[in-house]
Design a protein around this ligand. Structure first.
Ligand SMILES: Cc1cc2nc3c(=O)[nH]c(=O)nc-3n(C[C@H](O)[C@H](O)[C@H](O)COP(=O)(O)OP(=O)(O)OC[C@H]3O[C@@H](n4cnc5c(N)ncnc54)[C@H](O)[C@@H]3O)c2cc1C
Length: 349
């Protein structure tokens, strides 16, 4: 790690001013930024410790869940407004990282985690795609499990690794920021930008000097009947190979019900947290049958462009989405015990 200056700004406005200077980065919980500094992947000359200044409360205001950006992942998962009634929110937090990390990590920092792709985290690896505009799919010998199959524009780009942001885009959340021009609110679905020709991973709608201060999530009927289903190489402490954040509102029961509304997000697949209007359109107004669910999964992955070695992810993603929908139809949201049982391969019921 190279030497850096450590600042304790007195206000968010001061943190924002410090952030405008080249080489300054904000420090939240530090669970990913310090990692990347130790690897010399990120080399800020100055850190501005913003966490103590950020609101860390969770509240319900006009049917929206409002989360201060300083709230930790554990705090949000255990909040009364979330714990028993907003399953996709809680599950996208408790299936992520480890208890120690969740106790430190802020929601603001969580949104901005960088790809876990080996070629980003270890710039001394033989292939370093950062900045390479012409990385071809058929570059031999590339390890592709953390490369995007959706939103890759035909290039090798890193997958967005986080879980909570998938729920945020699925359920039409918003990100509140404050900067030199004052406060503004950005739709989560337009917060993340697909990597452009010279980028290996996403960028965001944040302007220089802007601090994330809060996150909002509408509490809809679909969020109340939701699930975050995560498939990974081992059942704890691993990033998603595929995940689905899904909510449906049904008129009727079982497969004779009609789907009134639906929200669908996918994780572990896209260069950004992936919202799927295609899947939602294939579900809304249709009978809640297995066939409808399979058509929605096909629609969600219709534009997938898997790099060599990641074709399996397309199938995995479809099955994950179909399974999530079936659980919601046949069982409804899972409580913690049911979730653990399922994540450990023991099924639901
Ligand atoms: C071993 C390990 C396993 C993990 N597994 C998972 C997982 O399975 N799923 C998952 O989702 N995550 C996982 N994570 C990532 C973890 O969730 C993130 O590290 C964490 O959420 C980041 O939050 P932080 O507050 O520590 O951010 P920091 O590390 O402090 O900051 C991250 C980034 O956000 C910026 N930033 C921080 N706060 C703000 C703000 N308020 N406004 C603007 N910019 C800001 C920083 O400048 C930095 O660029 C894992 C991490 C580790 C180390």
């Amino acid at each position: 790690m190279i030497p850096f200056q450590f600042e304790r700004p007195a206000s968010i406005a001061e943190a924002g001013r410090q952030l405008q200077a080249e080489g300054t980065m904000l420090l939240g919980g530090g669970t990913t930024l310090l990692d990347l500094m130790k690897l010399n992947v990120l080399t800020p000359s100055r850190l501005s410790f913003v966490k103590p200044l950020l609101d860390d409360s969770v509240s319900v205001q006009q049917s929206k869940l409002v989360i201060g950006a300083g709230c930790t992942m554990s705090q949000l998962a255990d909040d009364e407004a979330v714990k028993d009634s907003l399953a996709a929110v809680r599950q996208s937090l408790i299936l992520a990282a480890s208890p120690q990390i969740r106790n430190m990590a802020t929601l603001g920092g969580n949104l901005l985690q960088r790809t876990r792709c080996t070629y980003f985290r270890h710039p001394d690896m033989p292939l370093n795609p950062e900045g390479d505009a012409e990385l071809k799919f058929d570059t031999p010998g590339v390890e592709t499990s953390m490369m995007a199959v959706l939103g890759n524009n035909g290039r090798l780009v890193g997958v967005y690794p986080g879980d909570f942001a998938v729920t945020l885009v699925a359920f039409a959340g918003q990100v509140r920021v404050t900067g030199r021009e004052g406060d503004r609110t950005i739709d989560a679905r337009s917060f993340y930008h697909l990597p452009n020709k010279t980028e290996f991973q996403y960028s965001t709608a944040l302007d220089r000097g802007e601090v994330i201060t809060a996150i909002e999530l509408p509490i809809s009927a679909t969020l109340r009947n939701s699930i975050y289903l995560k498939v990974r190489e081992r059942s704890s402490y691993a990033f998603a190979l595929a995940s689905a954040s899904v909510g449906i509102e049904l008129d009727g029961d079982g497969s004779s019900a009609t789907i009134k509304t639906a929200n669908v997000g996918l994780g572990g697949l896209g260069s950004i947290p992936w919202h799927s209007p295609e899947a939602e359109n294939a579900l809304i107004g249709q009978p809640a049958t297995d066939n409808t669910f399979e058509r929605a999964a096909d629609a969600a992955l219709a534009n997938a462009n898997p790099p060599p070695g990641t074709q399996y992810k397309v199938r995995l993603a479809k099955r994950t989405l179909v399974r999530a929908l079936k659980i919601l139809r046949d069982h409804g949201p899972l409580n913690d015990q049911e979730l653990w049982a399922m994540q450990h391969g023991r099924g639901v019921q």
